[in-house]
Design a protein around this ligand. Sequence first.
Ligand code: GLN
Length: 309
Amino acid sequence: MQIQALLQELYERYQGLAEGNVARYIPELARFDPKLFAIGIMTTSGDFYGIGDVEQHFTLQSMSKPFTYGLVLEERGRDEVLRYVGVEPTGQSFNSIILDEKSGRAYNPMVNSGAIAVASLIRGADAAERSKRMLHMFSQYAGRALTFDLPTFLSERENGHRNRAIAHLMKNFNMLEGDLNEALELYFQQCSVLVNIKDIATMAATLAHRGINPITQQQALQPKYVRDILSVMLTCGMYDMSGWWAYRIGIPSKSGVSGGIWGVVPNRMGIAVFSPPLNEHGHSVRGIQVFTDLADQLRLHVFEVLDNL
Ligand code: GLN
């Protein structure tokens, strides 16, 4: 079946689904219309298919975490990053305050604790340079110059008490490098990067394509780190729903409380869905349905047995 026709079918199938709640913890997320819905697929050969609210911009939120993880892997190497952040699923929600008891490490880079620790590892002479380096990295994945949403950043900074508590706890165990406030600011910045559905599908497709953006052909990440990111996404990317996601959908994916989910089908495509109403785990309700059907209909599960082999 043609991809565009399939997206149209899925859009119509789930447009009327009215379950879930839009994130309310900051006003910038709460104002989103629950009816917004977009699906995008970017193939590794650079063909884009999109349906629905493709012009709508939204913030990356936790969808940013795999990319910053890739940045520090490149800057520090695997062993050094592993000293600060593990690769074990937590079985807990994204904002869990639990750290590994023996080491004081964050369990993995997909939950807030791990992502804040990762942000503290980004290199640069000062806060401005680290911020610029991070935004440049995101822009390379997207293939255009991305920007931060200032109101989202400011209200996260003002309301992020739980993230501050997590950062303090990690600092106590020496699992956060440098200045704590700077690490938090960088983390809030990465959450506030603005994208549309094509951007995020392109960013996903870049990871499906050895770290090379399929449109600009720019190398956003060294190929050897692609598998590090994707394996952690498969085991931890959907928090306490990661086991179910790996079992039922089998596409390494990452969600964000803005209502986006992106996933990577290695060597084939990047998939992105945006729809603000979330389930109790913080994942887009329509997003889950679309990923489930795409995995089944296009047979994208990583462990799918293909008849013609
Ligand atoms: N900015 C959000 C937070 O730190 C991101 C959480 C998410 O998208 N799951 O709480």
